[in-house]
Design a protein around this ligand. Structure first.
Ligand code: UTP
Length: 297
C-alpha cells in the first residue's frame, strides 16, 4: 500500500525584498490577500489535501507568523464579551487549522537550504513543499493530484505552469518528455531563471512540490547556484538525472488559477480576482471596478 503523506513544509524565510518596505518587519507571507494573510491560504490548501502536520521554515521576522497560528487571549476575550461570534470563529479558525511547527533557517541562503532545514522533522518519508507566497485557487485541484502521482510513480513531483515565453526567465524552467498522461511529463532537465530567450520550454516551475526524502541527501551536497543561493531546482535536476536511486522527477501541468503574491503586480491582481468572486465583497466591487476601468481610457 502506498505511504500516506501527512507532512507539509512551508518555506517562509525569504527576505521579500520586492515588497520593501512592507516586509521590513514582517514576512511577505503575512501580507493580507483580501482579509487573510497569504500564508493562511497555503496552510488551508495543505490541510484540504490531507496534510495536517505543517512545518514552517521561518526567518528573522517569525513572530507574526507564529502569532497568527496561535491563540490570542485578549482578542478572543474581547470578541466573546461583545458576542461577535462570527469574527471569533475567524480568529480561531487559523489556530485550529493544523498542527504547526517552526524551524528557523538562520540565514536566507536559498530555497534549497530552507527545505534542508526540514530534514529532522520530515525523516525518511515523502512530503510536500508549498511556497508561502504562491496561492493556488481552492476551486482548482493541484496538490492532491500531485500526491496521487507521487504514490503511483514513487518519484518526486513538481508543479508546472505554461507561461508566455517572454516571462520564462523569471522562473525555474523544465525540459520535459511526454508520458501517456497529457497532464504529466517526465522531467529531464531544469534551469533556474534562464537568461531571456534561452528557456528550454514554456513550462515554469511553480511553488508546489511532493518530494522523496532523497532530496535531503542531494541538498546536503548542492553548492550555491544562481544568485549565490542553494537552489532547490539544482537538487531536483540532479534527482531527475539519477532515477535509479531517486525515482526520478515528474511534473504535473497545472491549468488552474495561481496567484504569485511575492510579486507586487500579481499581488494586486490576486486581491482583485479573489475579491470579485467573494459573496460579501463581489456584488459591490464588480460594478465599482467596471466604472473605474471606464475612467482609465
Ligand atoms: P523568493 O525568491 O520568491 O523569496 O523565494 P524572496 O527571496 O523572499 O523574495 P524577493 O525576491 O527578495 O522579493 C521563494 C520562497 O522561498 C522562501 C521564500 O520565503 C519564498 O516563500 N525562501 C527563499 C526561504 O524560505 N529561504 C530562502 O533563503 C529563500
Amino acid at each position: 500500500m502506498a505511504f500516506q503523506i501527512t507532512k507539509a513544509v512551508i518555506p517562509a524565510a525569504g527576505l521579500g525584498t520586492r515588497f520593501l518596505p512592507a516586509t521590513k518587519a514582517m514576512p511577505k507571507e503575512m501580507l493580507p490577500v483580501v482579509d487573510k494573510p497569504a500564508i493562511q491560504y497555503v496552510v488551508e490548501e495543505a490541510v484540504a489535501a490531507g496534510l495536517t502536520d505543517v512545518l514552517m521554515i521561518t526567518g528573522r521576522n517569525k513572530n507574526a507568523l507564529e502569532n497568527h497560528f496561535d491563540r490570542v487571549g485578549e482578542l478572543e476575550a474581547t470578541l466573546e464579551r461583545k458576542g461577535d461570534t462570527e469574527r471569533l470563529q475567524k480568529v480561531n479558525f487559523s489556530t485550529d487549522l493544523a498542527e504547526v511547527h517552526y524551524v528557523r533557517q538562520g540565514a536566507p541562503l536559498g530555497l534549497g537550504h530552507a527545505v534542508l532545514r526540514a530534514k529532522m522533522h520530515v525523516g525518511r518519508e515523502p512530503f510536500a513543499v508549498l511556497l508561502g507566497d504562491d496561492i493556488i485557487d481552492s476551486r482548482d485541484v493541484l496538490l492532491s493530484r500531485m500526491i496521487q502521482e507521487q504514490a503511483k510513480r514513487n518519484a518526486s513531483i513538481i508543479a508546472l505552469l505554461e507561461v508566455d515565453p517572454s516571462v520564462a526567465h523569471m522562473y525555474g524552467v523544465a525540459t520535459v518528455e511526454e508520458t501517456d498522461d497529457p497532464d504529466v511529463v517526465r522531467i529531464t532537465g531544469m534551469v533556474e531563471k534562464p537568461a531571456p530567450g534561452t528557456a528550454p520550454s514554456n513550462l515554469a516551475i511553480i511553488g508546489r512540490y511532493v518530494l522523496r526524502p532523497e532530496v535531503f541527501d542531494v541538498l546536503e551536497h548542492t553548492p550555491p547556484g544562481k544568485g549565490g543561493e542553494i537552489q532547490l531546482t539544482d537538487a531536483l535536476e540532479k534527482m531527475a538525472g539519477a532515477p535509479e536511486w531517486t525515482g526520478g522527477v515528474f511534473g504535473v501541468v497545472f491549468r488552474g488559477r495561481r496567484y504569485d503574491t511575492g510579486d507586487r503586480l500579481d499581488y494586486i491582481k490576486a486581491i482583485v480576482q479573489l475579491a470579485v468572486d467573494r459573496e460579501d465583497l463581489g456584488p459591490d466591487l464588480r460594478p465599482w471596478l467596471k466604472d473605474f476601468a471606464n475612467t482609465l481610457e
